[in-house]
Design a protein around this ligand. Sequence first.
Ligand SMILES: [Fe+2]
Ligand SMILES: [Fe+2]
Length: 196
Amino acid sequence: MRIAASADFHFTPARFSALHDQLNHVRDEADVFVLAGDLTNYGLPEEMEPLLNVLVRLRLPVIVVLGNHDYESGREGELMRMMTQEGIKVLDGSAYERDGVGFAGTKGFVGERVIVLHYSPILATIDGEAPEIYPFMGTSRLAEVVDRHGADLVLHGHAHNGKCDGKTTGGVPVHNVAITLLQSQNPPAVYRVFEV
Ligand SMILES: [Fe+2]
Ligand SMILES: [Fe+2]
């Protein structure tokens, strides 16, 4: 399975056309699209609505976890319902299987083969952020759980200025797919594709 992943869109209507164009090819390159949180900037339905327009037109299964920004207005329940109604799979401490690949995740939780988190489970992928905000970037307790249960791949966002790649102490690959990082790669991208 080819998994396209991104995070931290912080979507506002002003970003609509740019994102739409850049996401045009994701369907040719991947079988599912994973978004690791901070889909919106203020957690508002007005932000989710135009983002859903973009996501629905991808005609690709979409799997998401929410990020801290999606909780900002206390309307995350509404956002989850909007997404679910459009067929988007919201991982909220739950697991989901598609074509033999298990996805599990939440703002900070764990499950089967592909773990989708908003916060980082390791230090390597937040390197570049100011050390004083490290405690707000994630927790290694997530990595302990990943290593205990085993996984093939961990995807996260949130650390906009971190690094793309790392590993848990147990050797599970961890990738920060914050869109800011992906866009600063050469060539710049709005998502990254992984094979499992
Ligand atoms: Fe973010
Ligand atoms: Fe975040």
